[in-house]
Design a protein around this ligand. Structure first.
Ligand code: ADP
Ligand code: ASP
Ligand code: MG
Length: 450
């Protein structure tokens, strides 16, 4: 087959009919683009998550359903209210209403996923209709036919080999003469139950599809023209980066640059698929290419911020000179599918932050009462909140003399709660108080990247 591009459009890119029309232009201008993965229209997933929690009053539920209906209706109106699409959306909204009632009685992670998946099912129906009206051969495809996952509802893990086989069987044959429109974020377990990959997971879905279909390029279209030196919402002087390596971009995504879901670059890296990040509102503005090798390898490339961090400190006198304490701690965390992020140790204690890679679709904290109870049986447990993780991303940071002092000299009046430096040449991370976070990012950007 000829070269294939997989394109993903995020929530703001498919927020309304006008935004969708800009996406349609991007898709149809590139004949290589034959797989399109979409998020739900902006705001829809949040409304669905709230309904799925089952805690809203009758009036609040009604208000949420009305807002959902308005978002879909505005797009249907712009499309001239075609019968088939109106019917499809009506059926989905009726299912949302029914599942929301069920959630009030009793909700669980499987129900949450069934409910939140409806947003992507609607946006893809509407976008397929738009392309068809424009005279293109577009085919709506239920990604649950191929995106096989385990049953960890809310943050399911994709089965890479099954996905590849199913894509070759079910999806590839359509690509010869159709543009396939499919859902990001959602999947299904072996029993056919709907699962989700965690919030922001559509980027990851698109990368997984690109890998499974041997695509030559992956495009992530969002609301900013590329990956910036830091979040442009926090620092107005942040600049788009022309080119960045997989390793650096993966660190950025992991440590909070929301522009990419943290796992997005794993499939791209496995297959060496170049990733383009650009704005669907301004495709002419260009964007960022993420590749294996880049021309420039600056010492400091970018600053990322991850808020809402919890620091877990585990203290046990039996850790003194003993073997196996950390192994026990890690086995409890592993049992609860929690992966550790930053870690520092002392003689009798260990402090760690938890990896929030693609937080759960339900929005629940991963530090459940069950984990805390098991850890407390082993040692003294302290949880600190209101912290933020700041990460400096760059190259050879652990090898260049004075890199650390350049960072910390800028912050001599800030309380730094924990530092991780040296495990990777691409990052230097530390925790600060949430209240200081934005000013820390602004100062680092000005001093090191300005
Ligand atoms: P989408 O809905 O298209 O997936 P997201 O809201 O998930 O879009 O991601 C885009 C947002 O990521 C931007 O609007 C920006 O505020 C934020 N962001 C955070 N860090 C960065 C960064 N380093 N570069 C660009 N955007 C960033
Ligand atoms: N719609 C999902 C979310 O809001 C997935 C995504 O947009 O990537 O998290
Ligand atoms: Mg996103």
């Amino acid at each position: 087959m000829s070269q294939l591009t997989v394109a993903k459009f995020g929530g703001t890119s498919v927020a309304d009919a006008h935004a969708m029309a800009l996406c349609a232009k991007i898709v149809t201008q590139n004949p290589q683009t034959r797989v399109v993965a979409l998020s739900a229209s902006a705001g829809v997933t949040n409304l669905l998550v709230a309904l799925a929690q089952g805690t809203l009053s009758q009036e609040e539920r009604q208000a949420h359903l009305t807002r959902l209906t308005h978002i879909q209706d505005a797009i249907l109106d712009a499309l001239g209210r075609p019968d088939a699409a109106c019917q499809q959306i009506q059926t989905i909204l009726a299912e949302v209403a029914q599942l929301a009632e069920q959630a009030v009685q009793e909700t669980d992670a499987a129900l949450v996923d069934r409910l939140v998946a409806q947003g992507e099912l609607m946006s893809t129906r509407l976008f397929t209709e738009l392309l068809t009206q424009q005279g293109h051969k577009a085919s709506w495809f239920d990604v649950r036919r191929v995106m096989r996952t385990d049953s960890l509802f809310g943050k399911a893990t994709p089965a890479i080999e099954a996905l590849r086989t199913l894509c070759q069987q079910e999806l590839s044959p359509l690509l010869t003469d159709h543009i396939v429109i499919t859902q990001g974020f959602i999947g299904a377990n072996a029993e056919g139950q709907t699962t989700t990959l965690g919030r922001g997971g559509s980027d990851y879905s698109a990368a997984l599809l690109a890998e499974a279909l041997n695509a030559s390029e992956l495009e992530i279209w969002t609301d900013v023209p590329g990956i910036y030196t830091t979040d442009p919402r926090l620092v107005s002087s942040a600049r788009p980066i022309d080119e960045i390596s997989f390793a650096e971009a993966a660190e950025m995504a992991t440590f909070g640059a929301k522009v990419l879901h943290p796992a997005t670059l794993q499939p791209a890296l496995r297959k060496g698929i170049p990733v383009f990040v650009g704005s669907s509102k301004a495709p002419e503005a260009g964007g960022t290419w993420v590749r294996g090798k880049t021309d420039s390898t600056p010492l400091f490339r970018a600053v990322a911020l991850r808020r809402n961090q919890q620091l877990l400190t585990l203290q046990s006198p039996s850790m003194l000179g003993a073997c196996g304490f950390l192994a026990e701690v890690f086995s409890i965390l592993a049992k609860h599918r929690i992966s550790v992020d930053l870690i520092t140790t002392s003689e009798v204690s260990v402090s760690l932050t938890l990896d929030h890679t693609g937080s759960q679709s339900s929005g629940k904290s991963m530090l459940s009462d069950a984990v805390l109870a098991e850890l407390s049986a082993l040692c003294k447990v302290k949880v600190e909140e209101d912290l933020a993780l700041v990460a400096l991303i760059g190259n050879r940071m652990s090898e260049v003399n004075g890199a650390g002092s350049r960072v910390f000299d800028t912050l001599d009046d800030v309380n730094i709660r924990l530092i991780c430096y040296g495990a990777s040449p691409h990052n230097l991370c530390f925790l600060v108080r949430e209240a200081d976070a934005v000013s820390v990012v602004q100062r680092l950007h000005q001093q090191l990247l300005g």
